[in-house]
Design a protein around this ligand. Structure first.
Ligand SMILES: [Zn+2]
Length: 79
């Protein structure tokens, strides 16, 4: 994952807010875990690539960075 840039947030999407550090916002059935680009805090676990589209945004509970997942370009940060 990486930090989102200003103006990049689609108007039709929301941002998932992680409320507690070390409690992942999303839990899927795939093979990949995703961590905050800034502090390495775990945001989502066991995700499949198709579940992590550009509309998936998660605000880190530890450092408040809004992480965005991008499929093409492979900017995802996997644990
Ligand atoms: Zn963080």
């Amino acid at each position: 994952m990486r930090a989102i840039r200003a103006g990049e947030v689609p108007r039709d999407g929301g941002t998932a807010i992680q409320e507690e550090v070390d409690r992942p916002v999303f839990r899927g059935n795939g093979a990949d875990d995703y961590v905050c680009v800034s502090c390495g805090n775990v945001l989502a676990v066991s995700m499949q690539p198709e579940q992590m589209t550009k509309k998936v945004r998660i605000r880190c509970a530890r450092c408040s960075t809004v992480n965005v997942s991008v499929i093409d370009g492979w900017e995802l940060r996997k644990r």
